[in-house]
Write a protein that binds this ligand. Structure first.
Ligand SMILES: *Cc1c(COP(=O)(O)O)cnc(C)c1O
Length: 366
């Protein structure tokens, strides 16, 4: 059996007619940039999230950058984030002109360790960017308590966590803003690059919309300089179709993860994901920990099973952050964990047979 880490084709086939029709209508209406399909998707996503504003943009990285700029975060400021994320989270802080301050993870949940945040706060700290990594929400009760105490902004990086919940609230609606990626492999994925920001703050929404559009809300009226970051009509129309299925797909992801864990829990060499009692984890990735990780990955590959490491090098130890001169003792949890994590195939259409086959191959490995 050959099992990919994510199968985007099987999902397309299940909604092919609707998708093809949507694409055709965008082309027939030549609504390629801005226009009715983009506006419709912004309304659809805002309604699904119960949020006041959705500002669409080019991708999830831009979503972070636009938000930081709109919050006037820049030179002389510090922004706190997790040591365990995709580089977009930290590189956009630097691009805005501010300094990145990394915090180690909680070793059960992989999310930022909220007990270690306060000791990193200085007079220069302006914001916290919690990342709901793998689809597991950060402890937002703690994040909001700290933010309130020190008067900090909160930008939730929800790129891996569409419709995940903390305390029955959607992530992205708890902080000042939530940023989303619709990269094809994400839980809600377009057929190219796409992203958006969700917020209930009217003034912030207006500045973000303006900044993403060359500093203008009305054509040729540029209040400031901005950037060109827009969602295109084709992606918007595709996303509006796929949004109708997201709750069904999320339920399937959770169900698939539950099945994996039930089968793997008998194996003493494997640590399955731990879910916080206040969170609804949406399993963008199904990540286990195993001591002989590289050997197991090789064994899976020899048996036709794809797997991946998210991520092989934690952010503070990347060449890009060499200048911060960190050592493993600065981030002991992510340092120990990153050598053991392995992402197994995860997508809503993953069958019982496929999971059983993967687990058999894992249990067969010693
Ligand atoms: C994917 C991702 C991003 C960036 O999204 P793009 O759409 O690829 O720019 C940002 N943060 C996290 C945690 C991600 O997984």
């Amino acid at each position: 059996m050959n099992i990919p880490i994510v199968d985007l084709k099987v999902q397309y086939q299940s909604i092919k007619e609707e998708i093809d029709k949507a694409i055709q209508s965008v082309i027939e209406n030549t609504a390629f940039i801005k226009g009715e399909y983009v506006q419709q998707f912004e309304r659809d996503y805002a309604e699904a999230y119960g949020a006041k504003h959705v500002v669409s943009c080019g991708n999830g990285t831009d979503a972070l950058y636009i938000t930081l700029k709109a919050m006037d975060i820049g030179p002389g400021d510090e922004v706190i984030t997790t040591a365990h994320s995709w580089i977009s989270t930290s590189e956009t802080i630097t691009q805005a002109g501010a300094n990145v301050v990394f915090v180690d993870i909680d070793k059960d949940y992989y999310t930022i360790n909220t007990n270690l945040i306060e000791e990193k706060i200085t007079k220069k700290t302006k914001a916290i960017i919690p990342v709901h990594i793998y689809g597991q929400p950060v402890n937002m009760t703690e994040i909001m308590r700290i933010a309130k105490k020190y008067n900090l902004k909160v930008i939730e990086d929800c790129a891996q966590a569409h419709f995940a919940e903390w305390d029955n609230k959607y992530v992205g609606t708890i902080g000042d803003a939530g940023t989303f990626s619709f990269f094809p492999g994400k839980n809600l994925g377009a057929y190219g690059d796409a992203g958006c920001i969700v917020t209930n703050n009217d003034a912030l929404a207006e500045i973000m919309r303006m900044f993403a559009n060359h500093g203008a809300l009305i054509k040729h009226e540029h209040h400031t300089e901005g950037i060109n970051s827009r969602l295109d009509g084709l992606q918007a129309a595709i996303l509006s179709v796929k949004l109708k299925y997201i709750s069904q797909w999320t339920a399937l992801r959770i169900d698939r993860a539950t099945y994996y864990s039930a089968l793997l829990n008998g194996n003493p060499d494997i640590m399955t994901p731990v879910i916080h009692s206040s969170s609804k984890h949406v399993f963008h990735l199904y990540v286990v920990q195993v001591k002989n990780r590289d050997k197991l990955q090789h064994h899976l590959k020899n048996n036709g099973i794809a797997s991946a490491i998210h991520y092989p090098v934690p952010l503070p130890f990347m060449k890009a952050y060499e200048y911060l001169e960190y050592s493993p003792e600065d981030f002991p949890n992510i340092y120990a964990t990153h050598q053991k994590i392995l992402s197994l195939p995860m997508f809503p259409e993953l069958s019982d047979d496929q999971i059983e086959c993967i687990v058999d191959i894992i249990n067969d490995f010693h």
